[in-house]
Design a protein around this ligand. Structure first.
Ligand code: SF4
Length: 348
C-alpha cells in the first residue's frame, strides 16, 4: 500500500507526472488532503481529479489514508479518544484535547511499547511494531474530522516510545510543520529517555528538518535513580545523571529548553524530600518541570497523589527556583490514560 499522506507538494507533483498528468494535479491532491476544510480520506472523494487517474492510483495501491475508525469515547470535558485500526489489523489510539483556542492531538508513534513503565496500560503489552509516518499523520486527519476542528498543537504522548521510531517521527514532524501548517514550536516529543537517542534526536532533526524547534519532554517521574527504576524498569540502562547531562547538551545544541514530566505517585515520589532532590538535580539548567496528576488504572499498584501533596510539591519546587507547572488530567472519566481504550477493546 502506498500512502499519499506524508508526501510533500513536490512529491505529489512527481506522482502526478509519473502518471502522465500535469504537475498541478499533484497540487490538487495536496490541497484536498491537507487543507482542513477539504480534507479527504479516500481517493474517490478527490473529485477534482480525472476519473481514470483516480482509478489508476487505486489500482496501483495508493491510498490517502490507511487507518480505519473503530471506536470513540467522548469525555464530559470534550476530550475525545479514538481507537483506530491499521491496515494489518493492529489497534492504536489517539486523543483530541480541546480548549477554547486550541485542539491538541496526542498521537501514538508505535503499536504497543517496549518500555514497560509500571504505571502505563500500553507498557503491559510490549511492542507490536513501529508506525509509519503516514499512520502517525492519519491520526490527525481522524481527530480533525471527528472533532470538526483544526488541530493546533501536537504531543507525542500516546502509545509508544517516539525515540525508538526516530526516522518516521521526524518525517511526520516535517509534514505536520510544512503540510499541516503547525509550527514546530507547537509540537512536543515526549520520551522516557533511551540511551544515546536524545543527542541523536537533535542531530537527526538538523539533518531531516534543517532545525530543531519542537519541545523535548522527558518523562523523569523520579528524583533519584532507585525510585526511577521501580517506576520505569528500562531506566536501569540510563542513569538519571546521564539523562541530565544529555539534556543539557540538547539545550546547547538546539537553544530549546527541556521539559521534565513528573507523574505524582502517592508515597512513591511525592514527598518534599523528593522535591528538594529534584531541585538539586535541575538547578541552574534551562528547563521546566510539569507535574502530572496521575490517571489511575485498575491493573497497577500506583495511586495518584493527593491534591494537597501536589500543591506542596509544586510550591517547594518554585521556592527552590525551579520553573514548574501543573498539568491537569483531561477526560479522566473515559479511559483517557494511555493504552486503556485499546485494552478495553481487546477485553470485550
Ligand atoms: S508510558 Fe510511554 S514509554 Fe512508558 S510504557 Fe507507556 S507508552 Fe511506553
Amino acid at each position: 500500500m502506498k500512502s499519499l499522506l506524508g508526501n510533500s507538494i513536490k512529491e505529489l507533483e512527481n506522482v502526478a507526472l509519473d502518471y502522465g498528468q500535469a504537475a498541478f494535479r499533484g497540487r490538487q491532491i495536496y490541497n484536498w488532503i491537507y487543507n482542513y476544510r477539504n480534507k479527504k480520506k479516500n481517493i474517490d472523494q478527490i473529485e477534482v481529479l480525472p476519473l481514470d487517474f483516480r482509478k489508476k492510483l487505486k489500482k496501483d495501491g495508493f491510498k490517502v489514508s490507511e487507518l480505519t475508525f473503530q471506536q470513540k469515547n467522548l469525555a464530559k470535558d470534550g476530550t475525545m479518544k479514538l481507537l483506530l485500526s491499521t491496515g494489518d489489523g493492529e489497534k492504536i489510539e489517539c486523543v483530541g484535547i480541546p480548549t477554547e483556542k486550541r485542539l491538541t492531538a496526542c498521537l501514538s508513534s508505535q503499536v504497543g511499547c517496549p518500555m514497560d513503565c509500571k504505571f502505563c496500560a500500553t507498557g503491559k503489552e510490549g511492542l507490536r511494531r513501529s508506525l509509519k509516518a503516514s499512520e502517525i499523520l492519519d491520526q490527525i486527519l481522524f481527530l480533525e474530522n471527528e472533532m470538526n476542528r483544526k488541530v493546533t498543537n501536537i504531543v507525542f504522548m500516546g502509545m509508544g516510545e517516539p525515540l525508538l521510531n526516530i526516522d518516521e517521527l521526524l518525517l511526520s514532524i516535517r509534514s505536520i510543520n510544512e503540510d499541516f501548517q503547525i509550527s514546530q514550536r507547537k509540537i512536543t516529543v515526549s520520551t522516557v529517555a533511551v540511551p544515546k537517542m536524545i543527542n541523536k534526536l537533535a542531530e537527526k532533526s538538523f539533518q531531516i528538518l534543517g532545525n530543531c524547534q519542537f519541545t523535548l519532554a522527558i518523562s523523569l517521574h523520579a528524583s533519584n535513580q532507585k525510585t526511577r527504576e521501580t517506576i520505569i524498569p528500562s531506566a536501569k540502562n540510563y542513569k538519571i545523571k546521564n539523562i541530565i547531562q544529555d539534556s543539557k547538551q540538547f539545550v546547547r545544541d538546539t537553544g530549546r529548553r527541556v521539559s521534565f514530566e513528573y507523574l505524582m505517585l502517592s508515597g512513591v515520589n511525592d514527598k518534599l524530600k523528593h522535591a528538594d532532590e529534584l531541585s538539586n538535580l535541575l538547578r541552574g539548567f534551562q528547563c521546566h518541570v510539569n507535574l502530572i496528576h496521575y490517571n489511575q488504572i485498575d491493573e497497577v499498584e500506583f495511586k495518584r497523589s493527593s491534591l494537597e501533596n501536589l500543591q506542596l510539591f509544586q510550591s517547594r519546587l518554585s521556592h527552590n527556583g525551579i520553573a514548574v507547572s501543573l498539568r491537569k488530567s483531561r477526560g479522566i472519566d473515559k479511559n483517557a490514560a494511555c493504552g486503556q481504550l485499546r485494552q478495553n477493546a481487546k477485553n470485550q
